[in-house]
Design a protein around this ligand. Structure first.
Ligand code: SF4
Length: 215
């Protein structure tokens, strides 16, 4: 059984696919417990084949799939099997991960991850050099959530420079608090991105739908 939180059609609200329509498969469960996490949906046990067929039959026009969580690599066998199926069925596929499990993947598992795009969202206190370096060998973007309980702007810059992450794959995004984005924080991050050559990510789904499930 695959533990799934939700499967839905929406617009990608964050990072490099921001604004693009996509099918979302949200895996349930995470190995971290960030204080500000807004992804604690109850798990539904689904047959792997039912998850796949639901995605493949969801839309005749949308050919992007985002596999997200929680932490999808906690269920790596199902997650990587989905990547293979979606990619071979013609879907552009992205995995969103906190990056903590990437350095435990085998060469064969990493080869499968290379078939898709990977968005790594490193979490404060859980950054490992091995995982960052392993992720840099994939087609990865790095998305840092900036705000009081998460990263500060200077901490992000330190990590990016320490590991030599190319600026064009670095996205900085404001933390949302109670379903809201503070304009002051967003402007501060925006200006920092302009000064340093990083990408700014908004959270479009939060702007439009607040915390509504399935959006
Ligand atoms: S890594 Fe992401 S899903 Fe996991 S607890 Fe932190 S914010 Fe939530």
């Amino acid at each position: 059984m695959t533990k799934i939180a939700e499967i839905f059609l929406s617009i990608a609200g964050e990072g490099s696919w921001m604004g693009r329509p996509a099918i979302f498969v949200r895996f349930s469960g995470c190995n971290l417990s960030c204080e500000w996490c807004d992804e604690r949906h109850p798990a539904i046990d689904m047959e792997f084949g039912d998850v796949v067929s639901k995605v493949l039959n969801m839309s005749k026009t949308i050919n992007r799939v985002v596999i997200t969580g929680g932490e999808p690599l906690l269920q790596k066998s199902d997650c990587l099997s989905m990547v293979k199926i979606f990619v071979s069925s013609g879907y552009r596929t992205m995995i969103e991960t906190n990056g903590t499990l990437i350095n435990r993947l085998s060469p064969e598992e990493l080869r499968i991850l290379k078939l898709c795009e990977v968005t790594v969202s490193p979490k404060k206190g859980h950054v490992s050099g091995n995982s960052i370096r392993a992720a840099m060998n994939l087609s990865s973007n790095f998305k840092f959530v900036v705000g009081c309980k998460s990263w500060s702007l200077e901490e992000v810059k330190e990590i990016v420079e320490k590991y030599g992450i190319p600026k064009e794959v670095v996205w900085l995004m404001p933390l949302t608090v109670e379903g809201k984005i503070e304009d002051k924080l967003a402007k501060e991050i925006w200006n920092f991105c302009v000064e340093n050559g990083y990408n700014y990510s908004d959270r479009l789904h939060v702007r439009v739908w607040r915390n509504e499930k399935g959006k």
